[in-house]
Design a protein around this ligand. Structure first.
Ligand code: ADP
Length: 503
């Protein structure tokens, strides 16, 4: 399907959307038990998109009970892997068939460019469901080495009810990263999308049902973190909680587990990923293109955003000049206009947070470009692509996650200093290295403490490779077959049999 629609066509499609607003529990849409709703707002215009069911503990409990019933009934948890594959592949096709609808839901709900959502987010989510669908019937279990008369089977079994709590930056993709492997393994899922961006998850659950997922296997409870998220984190009948979001709230989920049933918790949290540009990188233009992409894509709301640029002093000025030119070519605009090159910040609160980092930067570093809030057609939450030079490694701008289009540039002289600066962070999610010296590439990549090191690119990512971090970026991996480790437990079945027939 072509994505080459113009602004008028996207706007017309946006007006024609039929938006799902209720919780999806046990195969049907339901209002919140309290009857309450909350408004979801388009940050590009400030307009209310829809009033969405405000799920809280009663709704979460209802969803967990439905998930448990479905798990025990076995129509999914004990289905042949090939049957699960068929359903997940059908869901991948349905997501692709609703490309424009999903792209619009993402864009309207959290401000990203609709063209990016259509080119990246939606195909990405479909690809992840496809990948885990295809994997479902290709994983073999083990037989342990034992003596005669003993057969020890070691199988991966689904855990039961998986809770998933996801953020607003890639609402559909984060839902897919959690749900696809959890479902492929045979679990039931209760998903709580972020309060800023509940719409695509609700539609996803409906399409999963259409694809043949039995009732109760995938439930979506929209609501706030402190109520619905908390209820899921504390629920005594949730076996595993997979979270993507801030480090601060990741820690809160560890506490919920400790206070309740010791559920497994898997955390994909913040980052302050360094991008190291060495003077021996021959294509500084490519490096500048990707450095700009690495911080300004999705308005900088990427947990693995390359938000610290460590650049060798001998090329710093030349590189910064290239980067500033690229930043100044990126202008925030109407997310539904394919000519726009940056979308809106998710909400006023996040805009304020970004502006507070910028205010700090003005005091402690040199503003190279950007720094202003902008309005598009007189409205909305938009912030210019912003670069600070001469950022002190100890400053807030160099250490804390902004989750916005703000880059901190820190010069270095030698390789050892670059590695030390890069690793001097509470986070360890991703890192990038630009060099044409093969030995340096390997040496530095080995020493960087990051879940993914990209060499001569940024933020390399695929369904085939694990994604996640070290240190306070969390633990457990999304994507790849390794994600299945989070959603399965190893079960040993030891069979003793008569080794002689006795005939
Ligand atoms: P971000 O900074 O990206 O908004 P958060 O960590 O605040 O990230 O939110 C990520 C997810 O965690 C969202 O779905 C949010 O509703 C949920 N959440 C936020 N606070 C809590 C909380 N106290 N308990 C449970 N869930 C929470």
């Amino acid at each position: 399907m072509t994505t080459e629609l113009d602004r008028a066509a996207w706007t017309a499609k946006a007006r024609a959307l039929d938006i799902r607003t209720q919780a999806f529990i046990d195969g049907r849409f339901l209002p919140a038990a309290s009857g309450r709703t909350f408004d979801t707002v388009n940050p590009a215009t400030g307009a209310v998109i829809a009033a969405v069911a405000e799920g809280a503990s009663e709704d979460v409990d209802r969803a967990v009970r439905a998930a448990r019933r479905a798990f025990e009934a076995g129509s999914w948890s004990r289905a042949a892997p090939a049957e699960r594959k068929t359903v997940l592949l059908r869901l991948a096709d349905l997501i692709r068939a609703h490309l424009h609808e999903f792209a619009l839901l993402e864009s309207l709900d959290m401000g990203k460019l609709v063209k990016d959502a259509a080119a990246i987010d939606v195909p990405g989510a479909a690809g992840v469901f496809q990948w885990y669908g295809e994997a479902a019937d290709k994983l073999y279990d083990e037989a342990a080495p034992t003596g005669r008369g003993d057969l020890a089977l070691v199988r991966r079994v689904p855990l039961g009810v998986v809770g998933a709590v996801v953020p607003w930056n890639f609402p559909l993709d984060m839902a897919a990263w959690k749900c696809a492997p959890a479902l492929a393994a045979g679990n039931s899922v209760v998903l709580k999308p972020a309060e800023q961006s509940p719409l695509s998850a609700l539609r996803l659950a409906e399409l999963a049902s259409e694809a043949g997922l039995p009732d109760g296997v995938l439930n979506v409870v929209p609501g706030f973190g402190e109520t619905a998220g908390r209820a899921l984190g504390l629920h005594p009948d949730v076996d595993c909680l997979a979270f993507t979001g801030s480090t601060e709230i990741g820690k809160v989920f560890l506490g919920y587990s400790a206070q309740s049933n010791m559920k497994q918790v898997w955390l994909e949290c913040g980052g302050k990923s360094p991008n190291l540009v060495f003077a021996d990188c021959r294509d500084l233009d490519a490096a500048a293109d990707m450095a700009a992409f690495g911080i300004f894509f999705n308005q900088g709301a990427v947990c693995s955003a390359n938000s610290r640029l460590l650049v060798q002093r001998s090329v710093k000025d030349a590189f910064l000049e290239k980067l500033v030119a690229r930043a100044e070519a990126i202008r925030p605009g109407d997310p539904l206009d394919p000519a726009s090159t940056m979308g809106a910040i998710v909400d006023e609160a996040q805009t304020g947070r970004i502006l507070s980092f910028i205010a700090d930067g003005r005091e402690t570093a040199r503003l190279a470009t950007g720094g202003e809030r902008v309005r598009v057609a007189g409205a909305g939450c938009f912030v210019e692509p912003t670069i600070f030079d001469e950022v002190a490694a100890s400053s807030r701008l160099a250490r804390e996650e902004v989750f916005g289009p703000v880059l901190a540039v820190i010069p270095f002289d030698g390789e050892a200093e670059a590695v030390a600066l890069a690793n001097d962070s509470p986070y360890g999610l991703a890192a990038s290295v630009w060099t044409d010296d093969l030995s340096r590439a390997h040496r530095v990549a080995d020493r960087l403490h990051a879940g993914t090191v990209s060499v001569n690119t940024v933020d390399a990512l695929s369904p085939q490779t694990p994604f996640g971090g070290f240190k306070q970026s969390g633990f457990g991996r999304d994507l790849s077959l390794h994600a299945l480790d989070k959603y399965t437990g190893l079960k040993t079945t030891w069979i003793r049999y008569r080794a002689e027939s006795g005939d």
